[in-house]
Design a protein around this ligand. Structure first.
Ligand SMILES: Nc1ncnc2c1ncn2[C@@H]1O[C@H](COP(=O)(O)OP(=O)(O)O)[C@@H](O)[C@H]1O
Ligand SMILES: [Mg+2]
Length: 202
């Protein structure tokens, strides 16, 4: 049951198109943990800017990162583990997300630019045009050894990547769990659960 497991929040990070949404949803299915799409926490102004093909500045990013952090804090307070996507390209962004939240770990999805470019070209209905990819790679500060989490290559098919993630992060397989996993804690009322904003961009 949730209460017997430590609460963990896995932030799936990396450049646009590397597979964050795909792999994070896979982690959520595997673990039974709450899934949230970090892109959905962007203020409207950021979404508009990206639509126009302009890279975000750090000033644009702080409110976005703070919103993600607040969502994680609310989930942690409820004792729920979660998996959330967030590019978290720079260490200072990850520092902000970790600050005061020892439950947070990062899963850095790692790939060569040509592989990501190819996958981005085939992705439909997303606001990030492939022309922003070079600036993503220029900004990326890879996960460092002293940061909790793991770096995983996204080469190969989705199930193979997911298997590497599960093994690297020692994720629990809740698909085979016979125990009831959804006993609501005392005092848990409908509507209590903070939800991420509606996904507007994918
Ligand atoms: N391992 C993989 N093999 C092939 N295609 C993949 C793989 N992982 C993701 N994709 C595809 O690549 C594109 C980008 O993945 P996505 O999860 O949207 O990336 P991100 O959320 O990091 O921007 C999508 O079309 C997705 O279906
Ligand atoms: Mg995504």
């Amino acid at each position: 049951m949730e209460s017997e497991e430590r609460v963990r929040h896995i932030v799936v990070m990396g450049v646009s198109g590397v597979g964050k949404s795909t792999i994070a949803k896979g982690i959520s299915t595997f673990t039974g943990w709450t899934f949230a799409e970090g892109d959905a926490f962007h203020p409207e102004a950021n979404v508009a800017k990206m639509h126009e093909g302009h890279p975000l500045t750090d000033e644009d990013r702080w409110p976005w990162l703070r919103a993600i952090g607040e969502w994680m804090s609310a989930e942690i307070a409820e004792g729920r583990s979660a998996v959330i996507t967030c590019s978290a390209l720079r260490r200072v962004y990850r520092d902000l997300l970790r600050e005061g939240r020892p439950e947070v770990e990062f899963c850095h999805l790692d790939a060569q630019a040509d592989l990501v470019g190819d996958r981005l070209t085939h992705r439909d209905g997303h606001f990030m045009p492939p022309s922003l990819l070079p600036s993503q790679f220029a900004t990326l500060e890879p996960l460092e050894d002293d940061e909790p989490g793991a770096t995983v290559s996204v080469e190969g098919a989705v199930p193979d990547v997911l298997a590497r993630v599960v093994s690297s992060l020692h994720l629990p397989d809740r698909r085979a769990d016979d125990l009831p996993i959804d006993d609501p804690p005392a005092g848990d009322l409908p509507g209590d659960h903070p939800q991420p904003p509606d996904q507007r961009t994918e």
